[in-house]
Each structure stands twice: as structure tokens, then as C-alpha cells.
Design a protein around this ligand. Structure first.
Ligand code: NCD
Ligand code: ZN
Ligand code: ZN
Length: 346
């Protein structure tokens, strides 16, 4: 195969940040993706409809001329989010989901939820309105090993939540384990998952063998090879429950290459190429379109994109770094390495 044409993909999990960083990173996603679910973990977090709509305007204003990229906004759930805020968000027609960050789980999660019991009113409203809850699915207790935090989340948070709210639409974001892939595959149709390209391509050895590689450090942390295999199997299974969410999470080079480096992989500049690389590893390129372009809008109840993109087999090298805010640089995942597939603007 020398080229693949597919319905334009969407990114169902994307960090665009704000201000100068937004200006630096938005074009990379807008070039490839039709739409993206925009993560609300800004400082301060996007907790109200009004804040989300204002953030949406800033994203639209930062778009390259002629771009038709559509930001799908989200709210950041807190212990105090009232049901009325969920109703306002739903009525806006521009806010498509609510995001659960367990307090302390990841970047800018300090205002996250301490106990889902506090959120029952908001979650009941979401279930009633068909508003999906997107979850960073990791527990945060100090006594739970970082490699076990996702599996423990399923048993201690997700299962009880679905018992209380069986109709709630849930997206288990950036899944990283066999346990999560199996749980979602067996769950009812209202439960889905996003999978990143980096969790399909890499295991924890890539991050830790032969030197510590901070650009592979993200949350949830890369796991063992057998988990990567399970994710690849899920992503290429053809099941509508699994779809593309890059979790492209930009941090300045110096904040990653540090004694206490930030979590997050910047994958937007080669997002679809990275997924194509992973799918090709298991000879499943014919399943890429479903995963990247069909399953997400079908789950969210949105139309599929009407236009297409093309990937050509034309090896190219990712830049070693790219311009970022404030004169700094950002290092994309696989910087300086070669990819076999190239996004073509046609
Ligand atoms: N994935 C990450 O490692 N980081 C994300 C937050 C998140 O998605 O958990 C970020 O905002 O930097
Ligand atoms: Zn997360
Ligand atoms: Zn994320």
C-alpha cells in the first residue's frame, strides 16, 4: 500500500493550553483533525459554561485562516459542580462532555474531585441529559503503586459509579492496561475508551532502559509490553467502543528535561502518522478509519466528518524540536526519528 485515504479523523482527547502556548500548538491539530475534545485543565480550570465558551472563542481566534477545525468544549468537574451548571453546559450546545480528574492524579488536577460521592447531583444530571463523563482513570492514594493505579480505579471507582448510574455515558480516557481494555470491551454500549498513539507504540522499557527518557513520561505511565499488546488488540478490533484520543499534552522542553519533569507527550504534529505506524505493526491499517474517524462521532452522537485526508508512504523525519511560547522550544514525541507514513495536504 502506498497511500491511504480516510474520513478526516477527530481527536477525542486534546490539550491545547491557552495564550501563547495555544498559538504555538493549535495549528498542528487543526491541520489533521476535524474536531477535538478540548481538555479543561487550565490554570485556573474551566469549571463553568461561561469559562468554556470564552475559552472556545480564544481557540477560534487563534486558528489559522481558513481552518474549519471545531473545538468541542468540556467542563472540569469539581466537588462543588452544581447540577444547574451541567444543565447550562448542555443547553449551550457547544459543551460536549465533563471531565473527571481525581484530585492530585495528573497535571493541573489540584481542583479535581476528592470523592465522587460529592458529585452525585451533577452526575445524575449528566446521565439524564446524555452528557458523557470523561475520566482520568487513576486512583491517587500514596499506597497504590503508580503502575497499578488504573487497574485499582476500575474496581474502586468505575464499577461503583456505573452501579449507581448505569445509563451514564462514560469515556475511560487514555487507557493503558489490559484490565481497562477488557473492562470496556465487556461493558454496556454507554462505556467507551480513548487510546493514545504513544500507548500503542511504546512500553515502559522505551522510557527507562538505557537512560531515562523524559519525553516518554506521561500519565497514566507507560506499562509492560503485554498491556501495549492488549491496547493494540482493542484499537484494531473494529469495536466501536475504542477511538482516537491523542492526549497530546504540550510542555516546554525545559519543563520535561528536568529533575522533576512534567507528565505529557506532545504528539499532535504527527498524530495520525503515529497511529498509522501502530496499526501497521499488526497489519490492521484497514481498521484505522473506524478507530480514527467513525467510532468517536458515533459515540458522541455527532455526524462523521464529510471530507477526507490522505496518508502517503513517504518516509520523513520528525523535527528535533519546534517553536513554543516565550522563545522556548517543545520536543515532539519521536523527535528526530523517522516515520514511514506522512500526512498529505493533497
Ligand atoms: N497525560 C499527561 O501526562 N498529562 C496531561 C494531563 C492528563 O491527561 O492526564 C497534561 O495536561 O499535561
Ligand atoms: Zn489524564
Ligand atoms: Zn490528557
Amino acid at each position: 500500500m502506498t497511500s491511504i485515504t480516510l474520513t478526516r479523523p477527530d481527536d477525542w482527547h486534546l490539550h491545547l493550553r491557552d495564550g501563547e502556548v495555544l498559538d504555538a500548538v493549535l495549528g498542528a491539530s487543526a491541520r489533521q483533525m476535524g474536531r477535538a475534545i478540548i481538555m479543561p485543565n487550565l490554570t485556573p480550570p474551566v469549571t463553568t459554561t461561561q469559562q468554556a465558551l470564552a475559552y472556545r472563542e480564544r481557540i477560534l481566534a487563534a486558528l489559522p485562516d481558513g481552518s474549519r477545525f471545531e473545538p468541542l468544549m468540556t467542563l472540569y468537574l469539581t466537588d462543588d459542580t452544581p447540577a444547574a451548571e451541567i444543565e447550562r453546559a448542555s443547553a449551550s450546545g457547544l459543551i460536549h462532555a465533563v471531565k473527571l480528574y481525581p484530585a492530585g492524579a495528573t497535571t493541573n488536577s489540584a481542583s479535581g474531585v476528592t470523592d465522587l460521592a460529592h458529585c452525585d447531583g451533577a452526575i445524575a444530571a449528566m446521565a439524564r441529559l446524555g452528557m458523557p463523563l470523561l475520566m482520568h482513570g487513576e486512583v491517587t492514594h500514596a499506597d497504590i503503586d503508580i503502575f497499578d493505579r488504573e487497574a485499582v480505579f476500575i474496581e474502586t471507582v468505575l464499577v461503583p459509579l456505573l452501579e449507581r448510574h448505569p445509563d451514564l455515558k462514560v469515556v475511560f480516557e487514555h487507557i493503558t492496561t489490559r484490565q481497562a481494555a477488557e473492562f470496556v470491551a465487556k461493558a454496556p454500549a454507554n462505556v467507551a475508551a480513548t487510546i493514545t498513539a504513544h500507548h500503542l507504540l511504546f512500553n515502559r522499557n522505551h522510557m527507562l532502559v538505557g537512560g531515562i527518557r523524559p519525553h516518554y513520561y506521561c500519565l497514566p505511565i507507560l506499562k509492560r509490553e503485554r498491556h501495549r499488546q492488549a491496547l493494540l488488540e482493542a484499537a484494531t478490533s473494529g469495536s466501536g467502543k475504542f477511538f482516537l484520543g491523542t492526549d497530546s499534552a504540550p510542555h516546554a522542553q525545559g519543563d520535561k528535561e528536568s529533575a522533576c519533569g512534567c507528565a505529557g507527550a506532545y504528539t499532535a504534529p504527527a498524530a495520525i502518522e503515529l497511529y498509522a505506524t501502530a496499526f501497521e505493526q499488526v497489519d490492521a491499517l484497514e481498521r484505522l478509519e473506524g478507530f480514527a474517524s467513525h467510532h468517536g462521532p458515533d459515540f458522541y452522537g455527532l455526524p462523521r466528518n464529510a471530507d477526507t485526508i490522505t496518508l502517503v508512504r513517504d518516509a520523513w523525519q520528525l523535527p528535533t524540536s519546534l517553536p513554543y511560547a516565550g522563545g522556548r522550544r517543545i520536543v515532539p514525541l519521536m523527535a528526530g526519528e523517522s516515520l514511514a507514513w506522512k500526512f498529505s495536504t493533497q
